[in-house]
Design a protein around this ligand. Structure first.
Ligand code: FES
Ligand code: ZN
Ligand code: ZN
Length: 313
């Protein structure tokens, strides 16, 4: 699938890069900054570095497992971390969705090969005996929340051998989630919303290095560097509410550039009461040891349900 070019979206006529005076390819309204190709690439790297340092996510001598879906966010994340000199390994979970999963895996593998990086691949069918399409039959409605739980569990499990697990959540994702959590005062979620969650027993450290970059900025980076990535969405893709919140924030951003980043950073800065999310109340799952609030974690419960339902024992 091809998409229209993102270069010069504001159509304001020729612009000069604020740093070197060459022709600019973009004007970032939030920063009132026009940049040429070279300085735009530099800008993205510096934003990632700034996010990592500000929230003390990870050090250069630590090993990172990058959760790669093949989409632009995770590909850009992996590219930038590698460019910044971090020690990275990719992790791809094949969800068994016909066409989509294999195409995504091919793209992730192509990227890894281009940059001489290692991609670990895990197949949901090997772990559970079934893929997302079968699971969508046992979950009423869309399988997305089930899929989210499975991904969190398996990515975490793979990440335990590393110092940190990096995911491609960006400024738009995080600010829209924050918006929704505040609208409904989901205090438990608000407590856990932070760009770095420390390691605790069987929970790997989770980091979100793209936290200071928007969807648009990430797409543009992938475009100017011609990075392979999958554009198609998962055929089960839902998330209508998140899209709705993103749309609202975008409208505000257009009127008041820089609002999204101030909103999110303001929240992190004002979180004084619970800066480090508490996981002390969690106990190991009786079956697998994963930290959970129940006796047996949701993943183990799902596994049992699948074994019974599909006679896999
Ligand atoms: Fe999980 Fe689509 S990627 S349901
Ligand atoms: Zn320049
Ligand atoms: Zn378990």
């Amino acid at each position: 699938m091809t998409t229209a070019s993102l270069i010069q979206p504001y159509n304001t006529g020729p612009m000069k890069c604020k740093i070197c005076g060459k022709e600019a390819i973009v004007k970032l309204r939030s920063y009132n900054l026009a940049l040429c190709r070279e300085h735009y690439i530099e800008f993205v790297k510096r934003r990632v570095e700034k996010g990592i340092k500000k929230f003390k996510m990870v050090r250069k001598d630590e090993r990172i497992l990058v959760a790669v879906s093949g989409g632009k966010d995770s590909i850009v994340l992996w590219h930038v971390l590698n460019e910044l000199g971090y020690d990275t390994t990719g992790y791809f979970l094949n969800l068994g969705i016909e066409g989509f999963s294999d195409e995504s895996q091919e793209v992730a593998q192509k990227f890894a090969d281009m940059f001489g990086l290692t991609l670990k691949v895990e197949y949901l069918r090997d772990v559970l005996g079934v893929g997302i399409p079968e699971l969508s039959k046992i979950s009423r409605g869309k399988p997305c929340s089930l899929c989210g739980m499975i991904k969190r569990y398996l990515i975490n499990r793979a990440g335990l051998e590393f110092d940190a697990v990096a995911t491609g959540h960006n400024l738009d994702d995080e600010s829209s989630v924050l918006f929704g959590n505040i609208l409904h005062w989901q205090t438990e979620y608000l407590e856990r919303q932070y760009p770095v969650l420390p390691r605790d027993r069987t929970l790997a450290r989770k980091i979100k290095p793209l936290i200071l970059l928007t969807n648009y900025e990430i797409k543009l980076y992938a475009e100017v560097l011609n990075l392979p990535h999958i554009v198609d969405k998962c055929p089960f893709s839902g998330g209508a509410t998140t899209h709705f919140y993103k749309g609202i924030l975008e409208t505000i951003e257009n009127e008041m550039p820089g609002t999204k980043v101030r909103f999110l950073l303001g929240f992190f800065e004002n979180k004084a009461g619970f800066k480090v999310p508490q996981t002390r109340h969690l106990k190991p799952c009786k079956k697998c040891g994963y930290l959970t609030t129940a006796e047996v974690c949701s993943f183990c419960r799902l596994k049992e349900k699948v074994e019974n339902q599909f006679n896999l024992r």
